[in-house]
Design a protein around this ligand. Structure first.
Ligand code: HEM
Length: 412
């Protein structure tokens, strides 16, 4: 029998961590959890929480821990099948052989060549958005970096990647925003957020089905055309439902995450002008700055797995069916893995953050997200001599996604 006092402490820290105040700064809570071990499972909590870098990394690689997918939802939310936005046909929700099959097809379509071919489009979009910001921010008029840059660049890049025609983009953008709203259900009532995401999914599915039909007739060099060809090989390699679900997942997985990376990076520069000067003068490489931003302020702070059999994690026994919460944001600040983890150091000799996950579900868009941010930050600094904070920034609600709703700035 362990000392019952051992259990009290993590339970209290977790309670504090999951209050809305802590979402502003979860790091002191993570530090306290690190002091208690790599994982904890207080008796009052239904999930196991994993905070240690090495335990998170092992769990991501261990097939005994599956993404919850359909099985997990059957247990936690049996009505999920009535909600179009909760379709579980995409790569991010599949396990085992099904995941390997769909992931193989998706990563073929998402090749290095395709990502590299987006580079010039990203540079052009960035320059256009910066021109627009310059106009809006003339005479030091405060503007919101999130609304006028960080929320726009990633979704335009996803349109370029998928192959959404210019003429359709004004219709597409609000649908993408509504789809993502489902992820942030905490601010509205959760049911309302789900209804908004469901309606957006139905319209996006109709839109993507029509676009797929168009590309079947007139293929282009875009991701929809490649996925349609894979779908049409006739051996059932990518079903209708999988085609649509994976396109929706690209929006869900690629939009808010990259938006947060851009917002977090700018916020760090605003808080540390000498560091911003280093990036501006290229004494700090943009790629190093982006990598450390990803570690220090992980856009995705947590992901979830479900144990399919009795197992062990961070020295703790886990039962079959247990939900396991992997606190990526905490793993990135684990003092057992990173020297002075709470210091922002773009030149740190020990990179290797968990921000894009790991193992078989490692982020398919990591190269694309890095490319966007590595183009955007130097362009932003080159375009404006001075960028300063202009009032209070508003953070996203909740702990799962770390970023800003608004980040007002003045430009010169
Ligand atoms: C900074 C930006 C991004 C971050 C922090 C991020 C983070 C992540 C993480 C943590 C996972 C693993 C989830 C898990 O194992 O449970 C993941 C998976 C994924 N991401 Fe990203 N992501 C980013 C950008 C993107 C972009 C731009 C795209 C595509 C346009 C994308 C597409 C995906 C897909 C398809 C998966 C699922 C892969 C699979 O399940 O096999 N991500 N991402």
């Amino acid at each position: 029998m362990g000392d019952p006092r051992d259990e009290v402490q993590p339970a209290e820290i977790l309670r504090a961590l999951f209050t809305s105040d802590a979402a502003d700064n979860p790091y002191p809570h993570y530090a306290k959890l690190h002091a208690t071990g790599e994982a904890c499972h207080p008796s009052q909590w239904s999930s196991v929480f994993v905070t240690g870098y090495s335990a998170i990394e092992s769990a991501l690689r261990d097939p005994v821990f599956e993404v919850p997918g359909a099985t997990g939802l059957d247990e936690s939310f049996p009505a999920w099948r009535e909600h179009p936005s909760m379709s579980k046909h995409s790569v991010i929700d599949l396990n085992g052989a099904e995941h390997t099959r769909v992931r193989g097809l998706m990563s073929g379509a998402f090749s290095h060549r395709r990502v590299a071919s987006l580079e010039s489009a990203i540079a052009v979009t960035t320059a256009d958005l910066l021109d627009d910001m310059a106009e809006r921010g003339a005479n030091r008029e405060p503007i919101d970096f999130m609304a006028h840059f960080a929320y726009l660049l990633p979704v335009i890049v996803i349109c370029d990647l998928i192959g959404i025609p210019q003429a359709d983009r004004e219709t597409f953008r609000p649908l993408a925003a509504d789809l993502v709203a489902g992820l942030l259900g905490e601010r509205r009532r959760a049911e309302d957020a789900l209804a908004v995401a469901d309606a957006a999914t139905v319209r996006l599915n109709d839109y993507f089905a029509a676009l797929a039909g168009e590309r079947r007739e007139h293929p282009r060099d875009d991701l929809v055309s490649v996925l349609v060809q894979i779908h049409d090989t006739g051996d059932g390699r990518l079903s209708d439902a999988e085609l649509l679900a994976n396109l929706n997942t690209l929006i869900l997985a690629g939009f808010l995450t990259t938006t947060n990376l851009l917002g977090n990076g700018l916020w760090l520069m605003l808080s540390d002008p000498p560091m911003a000067a280093g990036v501006r003068e290229a004494t700090i490489q943009a790629a190093d700055f982006v990598e450390e931003t990803l570690r220090y302020e992980a856009p995705v702070q947590m992901t979830v797995r479900r144990a399919t059999a009795p197992a062990e994690i961070g020295g703790l026994p886990v039962s079959a069916g247990d939900q396991v919460v992997l606190l990526i944001g905490a793993g990135n600040r684990d003092p057992r893995r990173f020297a002075s983890p709470d210091r922002f150091d773009p030149q740190r000799p020990d990179p290797g953050a968990l921000s894009f996950g790991g193992g078989s579900h490692f982020c398919l868009g990591a190269a694309l997200a890095r490319l966007e941010a590595t183009i955007a930050f130097p362009a932003l600094l080159a375009r404006f001599r001075a960028i300063t904070a202009a009032g209070e920034a508003t953070r996203l609600p909740g702990l799962a996604f770390r970023g800003f709703e608004s980040l007002p700035i003045c430009l010169a």
